[in-house]
Design a protein around this ligand. Structure first.
Ligand SMILES: [Cu+2]
Length: 581
């Protein structure tokens, strides 16, 4: 099924709200609603690029169903796993205040939902509005298990910008002709890089730049003189993306479900995990061209292979004249390695920081961390028979780390269950290093020894601790940007730069007034970024690279945030249907 086509039938949020709302009458809380959804995880047959295959889906849809809620709503999502694979779901960017059991990353907040089993995710949307999304959080299953999570403001509360005529989720994805699970399994077996995707997609559709794909094109029908809000979501597995629309300028108004000071851009850059709401105002009168191309292409500095293709979709003013899309105006996107274009764009983000939407930036810091993030290697020696070493130079295996620790997922329990039961022995060590084990010129010539260590090592945090983390890219095997995603929190991006972070000089240039608030930020290629958050949400929270290949190689760590003294500062007991390992 082409979910992208179906999207066109019900574009307005109100329409979707009608479809799935269950109103719970609560005295004195007329606006509080609980919205129920059922996720039946099933295999479905899908054809793209003339390849027909069976893929994991939610309710047979690809991409998956759109969830539409209002700020303050409670969600209840009943997941039934009917596929022959473990699965979990993550509600990407949702704060999950005191609902860590519903966050979803496998072996972090829950054991996987096994084939034939069910689990109900229950959580509330608090203090967030805009676009988020949901995706599977087990191995690479999110390649096809993903969908939008649209959070409208509370009823009667306007946007801080003129109300758009229409709002349209635009999910940017990555299509593999092969089974993505086979792709990552093969890479982990060989120690080499995984095969790259065959196409990028708009709402699951690759569009006409690929062979055998012209009929699988996402089309957005528009009228002249109207403003459309595109809810952009980068659901790609391993690629940051440029996005643009031919002859149209975009205005960015939200990022990761927080409002930003609006700014104009011809091209946007969006990293895996990130969301961005952009306004597009159509031509005042019917334009000469009946249609315009929307396009996405990768941004990367990898020395490995990557999917260097461009996908297009169509902004269609006049369907009757747009029969042939040949020659329609197309955006000129930057070159794949144009870091200058990326820096120029990302430097424009500022929190709205208004009276209604203040930026509560921590001004003082209780705990400071410096994490070197990047690739590394494991030795070939001692690998079991049948495994090979197709990593760097064919003499090692690819790995990735933070502070030289490659994160090992627990297997017998989740971190959160271990934390809740205070049974840490054999599961985790609360000694994740606050600084790299040895200092080196992080963005200069890499050290001779690039071997990583392995472990399930975490940082415990006291409730309400104010935390700063400087994320420093390394040039080991190649400087490369890493979209770092923190679960359970938004953070403020208070500083960024190229080269090595300088603790003596750089903090003086921090923005503590209106820094952007996000849940995912790309550590710049050969640079650093400083983030701050207040640990006001008890639980076990993974922070990881949102390139699935780097996560598979261990680019992750976790925070254990302890309960506070008050009753509403404690993690509640686990739900009775929490899956067991
Ligand atoms: Cu990464």
């Amino acid at each position: 099924m082409a979910g992208g086509r179906r999207l066109l039938h019900c574009l307005s949020p109100a329409c979707l709200l009608l479809a799935v709302t269950v109103v719970v009458t609560m005295p004195g809380l007329a606006a509080a609603r609980t919205r129920h959804y059922t996720f039946n995880v099933t295999m479905a047959t899908v054809t793209r690029l003339c390849v027909t295959k069976s893929i994991p889906t939610v309710n047979g849809q690809f991409p998956g169903p759109r969830l539409v809620v209002r700020e303050g709503d409670r969600l209840v999502v009943n997941v039934h796993n009917n596929i022959n694979n473990n699965v979990t779901f993550h509600w990407h960017g949702v704060r999950q205040l005191r609902s860590a059991w519903a966050d979803g990353p496998s072996y972090i907040t829950q054991c996987p939902i096994r084939p034939g089993q069910s689990y109900t995710y229950r959580f509330q949307i608090v203090g967030q509005r805009g676009t988020l999304w949901w995706h599977a959080h087990f191995s690479w299953l999110r390649a096809t298990l993903y969908g939008p999570l649209v959070i409208l403001p509370p009823a009667g509360v306007p946007y801080p910008f003129p109300k758009p005529y229409r709002e349209v989720p635009v999910m940017l994805g990555e299509w593999f002709n092969a089974d993505p699970e086979a792709v990552i399994k093969q890479a982990l077996r060989s120690g080499g890089g995984p095969n790259v995707s065959d196409a990028y997609t708009f709402n699951g559709l690759p569009g006409p730049t690929y062979n055998c794909s012209a009929t699988d094109t996402f089309k957005l029908k528009v009228r002249p003189g109207k403003t459309y809000m595109l809810r952009l979501i980068n659901a790609a597995l391993n690629d940051e993306l440029f996005f643009g629309v031919g002859n149209h300028t975009l205005t960015v108004v939200q990022a990761d479900a927080s409002y930003v000071k609006p700014f104009a851009a011809a091209t946007v850059v969006i990293s895996p995990g990130q969301t961005m709401d952009v306004l597009l105002t159509t031509s005042a009168s019917m334009p000469a061209s009946p249609a315009f191309a929307m396009a996405i292409s990768p941004y990367t500095n990898t020395v490995g292979t990557f999917d260097n293709t461009t996908a297009t979709a169509v902004l269609e003013y006049a369907p009757q004249r747009a029969a042939s899309l040949r020659g329609i105006p197309t955006p000129s996107l930057p070159a794949y390695n144009d870091t200058g274009a990326v820096t120029n764009f990302t430097s424009k983000f500022r929190s709205l920081a208004s009276a209604a939407y203040p930026a509560r930036v921590p001004r003082a810091v209780d705990r400071s961390f410096f994490f070197a993030v990047g690739l590394g290697t494991d030795p070939c020696k001692g690998r079991p028979n049948g495994t090979t070493c197709q990593g760097p130079n064919g003499t090692a295996r690819f790995a990735a780390s933070m502070n030289n620790v490659s994160f090992a997922m627990p297997r017998t329990t989740s971190l959160l269950a271990a934390h809740y039961q205070r049974r840490y022995a054999g599961v985790l060590a609360a000694n994740f290093p606050a600084t790299p084990p040895r200092t080196f010129n992080y963005t200069g010539a890499p050290p001779n020894n690039t071997f990583v260590s392995h472990g399930t090592r975490v940082v415990p945090l006291r409730f309400n601790a104010s935390v700063e983390v400087v994320l420093q890219d390394t040039s080991i095997l190649a400087a490369e940007s890493h979209p770092l995603h923190l679960h359970g929190y938004d953070f403020f991006v208070v500083g960024t730069g190229f080269g090595n972070y300088d603790a003596g000089k750089d903090p003086a240039r921090y923005n503590l007034v209106d820094p952007v608030q996000r849940n995912t930020i790309s550590v710049p290629t050969g640079g650093w970024v400083a983030i701050r958050f207040v640990a006001d949400n008890p639980g076990a929270w993974i922070m990881h690279c949102h390139f699935d290949v780097h996560l598979s190689w261990g680019l992750a760590m976790a925070w254990l945030v302890n309960d506070g003294p008050l009753p509403d500062q404690k993690l509640p007991p686990p739900p009775s249907d929490l899956p067991k390992c």
